[in-house]
Design a protein. Structure first.
Length: 263
């Protein structure tokens, strides 16, 4: 809002006094000492070298407008400070969001094309070909594969904020699909396991993984699954599936998994 005002005042001053570009520059330099009186202690030195930037040119100053220049320059300084501090803050959140979005997009592309499938109770789901939903449906529908303690299914579209246990809203689609599958197979019981990488304190990692697993279980209960069919446990950095020495491996280890304990 202030920028057009500043430019308008400068333009009017140039027209009224028939100033050239050199004259305008000289006028601004001539008023610099007056402007420095308005600055807090320490900031005046920022303009100390202004007189050395260009050769001295006789100033053509309208004495009637001398009071206006400190105000104009002060407004310009405030605008510059406002832009600078907002510029230094903005890229942080942008970078985090970009990285998060890129990672999510990369994970989704590896899941294959989405397709529609009908569950035994007639409910139709739109799921990725290689996602947890497809694998879980296949396992529950295969009578030749009994429940065991080693066949875990990794959730592939659950998102948490870094270091926190709260599920992001985008996780609701997959949680709804899993709830629909469990409703279609009412005899199935499952265990939710939470895992982290090995970064940080081991006890804190167990607590975080446990809280995340519990929130997933609570979300399934909220979607209509009886709590007696569900259990959860946090394992922290135990049972890694990737190399914790690499970022890719650590990302693989930060996961929520599902184990069918009864079919």
């Amino acid at each position: 809002m202030a920028a057009p005002l500043v430019l308008g005042v400068l333009g009017q001053h140039v027209r009224q006094n028939n100033l050239s570009a050199a004259d305008l520059g000289s006028t601004l330099k001539a008023e610099a000492p007056s402007f420095q009186r308005f600055l807090p202690a320490g900031l005046g030195s920022l303009f100390g070298g202004a007189s050395n930037l260009t050769a001295a040119v006789p100033a053509k100053v309208a004495t009637g407008n001398r009071w206006l220049w400190p105000v104009v320059l002060l407004v310009a300084l405030l605008l510059c400070l406002f832009w600078f501090f907002n510029r230094t803050k903005a890229p942080v959140s942008d970078a985090v969001q970009t990285a998060s979005t890129a990672a999510a997009n990369a994970g989704t592309s590896a899941l294959g094309d989405f397709f529609k499938t009908k569950l035994p109770d007639g409910v139709e789901l739109n799921i990725p070909r290689f996602g947890i939903e497809s694998k879980l449906i296949s396992f529950l529908g295969d009578s030749s594969k009994p429940a065991d303690t080693t066949t875990w299914f990794n959730f592939d579209r659950l998102l948490f904020d870094t270091g926190k246990a709260e599920l992001q809203p985008s996780s609701q689609e997959q949680l709804g699909n899993i709830a629909a599958i469990l409703k279609a197979y009412p005899n199935a019981h499952v265990k939710i396991g939470g895992y982290t990488d090995n970064t940080g304190d081991a006890a804190a990692n167990v607590a975080l993984s446990s809280a995340r697993a519990k929130n997933v279980m609570d979300a399934l209960v909220g979607a209509g699954i009886d709590s007696s069919r569900l259990e959860y446990k946090g394992y922290g950095d135990q049972y890694p599936v990737g190399d914790n020495a690499t970022e890719e491996g650590r990302a693989q280890n930060r996961r929520i998994s599902l184990l069918v304990t009864q079919k």
